[in-house]
Design a protein around this ligand. Structure first.
Ligand code: ACO
Length: 319
């Protein structure tokens, strides 16, 4: 049996760190309001001209270095992003070009904050089926570009960043099982209702969200998909060493851990320093947990994410 094994991880955060207090100088908010509701204390924002693909490439280079590989070893690139550099071509092909390689398939996955679990499950399917042997899976987003910085209900929640994972075909256990879902009936809860048409941007090019409805839906579906993936794999919650969740809100993360009966000491939490970096948040957290030595070889990881669409999913893996 062929598994997709994590060979290396890397991440990148833009240099500009903006604290809640910094933000309170620009909009009518406070550190107390933001941190008590979300756990967020700061976020990093991309510099002018710093694009999603730039963040993605920096994270990818670090992941390749950790895996002791070079770009030419990669035969599949999947980039999860909702903030591509351009309408087309895909950010994945731009990343491919910036890494100096060509020929291998490269494409984007658009599942917003669930993007990384979607991308991981997709690359896993390619490797299991023999269509790829060494895949670069990246989550990268620059939500600072799609926020209305005068809307305090949304602009305080997000940050920019990128995380990358190199997956390689292996006889050793790697990704065990994935479960993905989506339901377009909930598209109005979280969206940017704009498109490029007739030479102009039509509609509102800023993120709109019903925060309370998103909160309730996320808590419910993340619990359900975590149960589903464990049941399908024949695992119990006690066998999980680390939950590596999408980092939107500490209270959503805590609710999923509580549902599984897992203490917060077994959850990799980066939301305080990163805020919600959408598709980048899971690989950013994974890389943090690996580089600081908490996540070790042979341990069992549960990735779970949810975002606009709605789209959600969970991936169980052995590191
Ligand atoms: N600072 C100060 N006050 C604020 C702010 C702010 N940044 N934002 C809103 N308020 C005010 C509102 O105007 C409102 O005031 P009012 O009662 O006078 O009208 C009050 O605070 C309460 O607003 P609510 O929206 O009811 O606040 P709530 O307690 O629901 O918290 C929050 C809002 C934090 C967005 C919460 O609903 C949440 O976390 N939802 C999940 C959203 C999320 O994580 N989205 C990420 C994308 S989806 C994903 O990644 C899973």
């Amino acid at each position: 049996m062929t598994y997709a094994k994590i060979l290396g991880t890397g991440s990148y955060l833009p240099a500009n760190r903006v604290s809640n207090d910094d933000l309170a100088q620009r909009v009518d908010t406070s550190d107390e309001w933001i941190s008590s509701r979300t756990g967020i204390k700061a976020r990093h924002l991309a510099a002018d001209g710093e694009k999603t693909s730039d963040l993605a490439v920096s994270a990818a280079r670090r992941a390749l270095e950790a895996a002791n590989l070079v770009p030419a070893d990669i035969d599949l690139i999947v980039v999860a992003t909702a903030t591509p550099d351009m309408q087309f071509p895909s950010t994945a092909t731009i990343v491919q070009q910036k890494l100096g390689i060509s020929g291998c398939p490269a494409f984007d996955v658009q599942a917003v904050c669930a993007g990384f679990v979607y991308a991981l499950a997709t690359a896993d399917a390619y490797i299991r089926s023999g269509m790829a042997t060494t895949a670069l899976v990246i989550g990268a987003d620059t939500f600072s570009r799609i926020l209305d910085w005068n809307d305090r209900r949304t602009c305080v929640l997000f940050g920019d960043g990128a995380g990358a994972v190199v997956l390689g075909a292996s006889a050793q256990k790697g990704i065990i099982l994935s479960r993905l879902h989506s339901d377009g009936n909930y598209l109005d809860l979280l969206k940017i209702p704009a498109q490029i048409a007739d030479g102009a941007v039509c509609g509102t090019p800023y993120l709109q969200m019903d925060g309370q409805a998103v909160f309730k839906f996320a808590v419910k579906q993340l619990a359900a998909v975590a149960d589903e993936v464990l049941h399908a794999a024949g695992y119990t919650a006690e066998q999980i060493d680390w939950i590596v969740p999408h980092q939107a809100n500490e209270r959503i993360i805590a609710a999923t851990a509580k549902h599984l009966g897992i203490g917060m000491e077994k959850v990799i939490l980066t939301v305080a320093e990163h805020a919600n970096t959408s598709a980048a948040s899971i690989p950013l957290a994974l890389d943090a947990g690996i580089r600081d030595g908490r996540i070790r070889c042979g341990q069992t990881l549960l990735f779970e994410g949810i975002g606009g669409g709605f789209a959600w999913g969970a991936v169980l893996a052995e590191y």
